[in-house]
Design a binder for this molecule. Structure first.
Ligand code: IPM
Ligand code: MG
Length: 359
């Protein structure tokens, strides 16, 4: 029996709704398997700002560091768009959380579910058989480089964002990618812009070095501009796509198009050991917040990943995934996937079917 102690940061917009659905599913799962849940719920993002706190309150960060497992909904929304720099939910909460917890390895999957293939804008032949993950570097590069403005008061002000990578930063994310490829189809595609950027040339050289310890894993390099095409036209050729922070941000949004809906894709942001943060790849969707329309599946799958990766509860994670699978096949879904259920009804359906016969 395990005590599952984690930090729950529902955040803003639909984050709270999909979060409650996921907590419902987690409760059902621990009851089924004889574990206990110890949830530390805290504010983050706009919700924290509205409560008179910083976007990442000290107590939220302290809890996250202590539990080492974080389930996050979403942060941000138009209400806080007028704020600047690190007063903003994204820059002031999400980025420091990633940095402070050293969550350098972000994993986002792209494997179109058979029940959703017709929802994607691409022809079936480009989707069937696609099953890759993007391993995105998450705590370095242009996101965290020096930024600033020159001559802000002149008639031609300029601004800059520095992109810097060290060999050790590239090595550790490469090792994560090769280790994961070993458990999958044994192929790493490293994406860079080495025909132009110095950081990309270092990236490529370090990836080559790491690859020497993984002779059983194939390695290919692609330039990021070409990769945007290859992902759509020959997605099934990829297994683990390894790339830096900014390219990974862009490529993972593109990859979600292959899956028919952003509402079903979980993610993990990992450090060394079992430290991890789990969140849907979608945002706070303020336009549909509070209406029970949000699809909770990405959040529920993120909770399953938390059980698997931070708590090593593989059977429990697989039970949740099987129930989600059944919900997709049988159409127990929200309107975005053609169903007619509310967010909490989908959560309840999955909760009722975790660990049951869903074949
Ligand atoms: C993501 C998001 C974030 C990022 C934003 C909200 C800062 O787009 O997680 O992909 O750019 O990393
Ligand atoms: Mg993004």
């Amino acid at each position: 029996m395990a005590n599952i102690n984690f930090t729950y940061l529902p955040g803003d917009g639909i984050g709270t709704e999909v979060g409650e659905a996921a907590i419902n599913v987690l409760n059902a799962t621990v009851n089924k398997f004889g574990h206990t849940l110890d949830i530390e719920r805290h504010l983050i993002g706009g919700a924290a700002i509205d409560a008179g706190m910083k976007p990442l309150p000290d107590e939220s960060l302290a809890s996250a560091k202590k539990t080492g497992a974080i389930l996050l909904g979403a942060v941000g929304g138009p209400k806080w768009d007028h704020l600047k720099g690190s007063d903003r939910p994204e820059l002031g909460a999400l980025l420091p959380l990633r940095k402070e917890l050293n969550l350098y390895a972000n994993i986002r999957p792209a494997a179109p579910h058979p029940a959703l293939i017709d929802r994607a804008p691409l022809k079936r032949e480009f989707l069937e058989g696609v099953d890759f993950v993007v391993m995105r570097e998450l705590t370095g590069g242009i996101y965290f480089g020096k930024k600033g403005k020159d001559n802000p008061n002149s008639n031609n002000p300029s601004a800059y964002d520095e992109c810097r990578y060290s060999e050790s930063e590239i090595r550790r994310i490469s090792i994560k990618a090769f280790d994961l490829a070993r458990l999958r189809k044994k192929k790493v595609t490293s994406v860079d812009k080495s025909n132009v950027l110095e950081t990309s040339r270092l990236w490529r050289a370090v990836v080559e070095k790491v690859a020497k310890d993984y002779e059983d894993v194939d390695l290919e390099h692609l330039l990021v501009d070409a990769m945007t095409m290859h992902m759509l036209t020959r997605g099934k050729d990829f297994d683990v796509i390894l790339t830096e922070n900014m390219f990974g941000d862009i490529l993972t949004d593109e990859a979600s198009v292959l899956c028919g809906s952003m509402g079903v894709i979980p993610s993990a942001s990992l450090s060394d050991g079992t430290m991890g943060m789990y969140e849907p790849i979608h945002g706070s969707a303020p336009d549909i917040a509070g209406q029970g329309k949000a699809n909770p599946l990405a959040m529920i799958l993120s909770a399953a990943w938390m059980l698997r990766l931070s708590f090593k509860l593989e059977n429990e994670a697989a039970a949740i995934e099987a129930a989600v699978d059944a919900a997709l096949y049988d159409g127990h879904t929200t309107g975005d996937l053609g169903g007619s259920m509310t967010t909490s009804e989908v959560g309840q359906w999955i909760a009722d079917h975790v660990g049951g016969d869903v074949s």
